[in-house]
Design a binder for this molecule. Sequence first.
Ligand code: FCB
Length: 447
Amino acid sequence: MPFVSFPESFEWGAATAAYQIEGAPREDGKGLSIWDVACQQPGRVLGGDTGDVACDHYHRYREDVALMAELGLQTYRFSVSWPRILPFGFGDVNEKGIDFYSRLVDELLAAGIQPCATLYHWDLPQALQDLGGWASRDTAYRFADYGTLLYERLGDRIPRWITHNEARITADLGHRVGILAPGIRDLGITARVIHHLLLSHGLAVQAYRAAGKGGEIGITHANTSFEPDDDAPETTRATELARDFHTRLYHDPVYGRGYPETVRRYHEKQGAPFPVQDGDLEVIAAETDFLGVNIYSRNRVLADSDRGVGYRYAPATLPLTDMGYEAAPHALGDFVRFVSKEYGRPRIYVTENGVCDNTPPVNGVVDDQPRLELLRGFLVGLAEAIGDGADVGGYYVWSFLDNFEWALGYSRRFGVVWTDYETQERIPKASARVYSEVIRRGGVEIP
Ligand code: FCB
């Protein structure tokens, strides 16, 4: 079978997030997060599922790291639970919380796996939500202080940091659509949240430089690859609008371009402006070392003058994954090419990409063909984008193991390792074996 190689220095990893895998929400002095609280409210999470146990990773991290090593992972992206470190978001430090991540990092390093830490993957301390959450400018400063504490305590052992995971999802699904915690529906608040998340990113990058640790820091955004549905000029314009509202809104400020004019005007017209103060845009543009790219699929775009934003999505034409996303293997490579060109060829890490596929075990074997076929396709596309000049340094599959998929609870599985939630047994799926092989050979077979 034809084979495509990745650069020698390319790093292969897997990603997770604290709330989705750890469990132990009240153990060892941890404070509650907005997700602990949301999960207690009826109707917020499918089936009434909660993250109370999840993958029990808080107690099983050693076995999990051993399995990562067995699969050959070279780097592991996890997130730190802010309320485990600072139960109230600021003030008293919970040493036991720091100790957990310290032990995790030591375990990873001993196994030869490079740690990559995300500061914020959606689990805000509830105490900060009670003070206004991300709608409050103070939260941005609290976030930088929290980052500083982690850089001081763990910065010598963690070479790669990500400030935020998917500010768009926090802002949009948490504060405009309201399907994720904290479940608010208000465009004015959403605009404040967007600005404060980006401001907090810039402050946390500045704090990292001040800490002088010498590793790298960046931000990870949520993406989809936008494709015009036809060749009409209005469709091309609509596709650019979709990119403004989804992609450029979060990337442009980080690359010193401020907010896209189209989005700024829309927000002003709706009475929901971005609360930009003097100097904020300079802080947000603090130089980063890399761009984190999360991407799962594509969306085809059509013009729609009835909608304020001026565009809508065309119906899917490709088969759907168990998440309802179009199975579009070209989406990863296409988006990487786009973002590389748009922002002057930044260093990129694909910090999440993967497939929702609920194929169950049969006689102890999980033969997840849909996942492994789509993964192969994604990787072939990524190799092509690198061949075309994109500077991609690594890839993290989402996810290492099946976990708590937010408002969908445990109903959707993204892991290359199966989690049996009754017994906490882990079963590497066929896709994990294929991924191991990709890592070992430094490339992928072209299907
Ligand atoms: C991303 C999230 C991650 C997971 C995947 C499926 O948007 O960052 O936590 O839920 O989607």
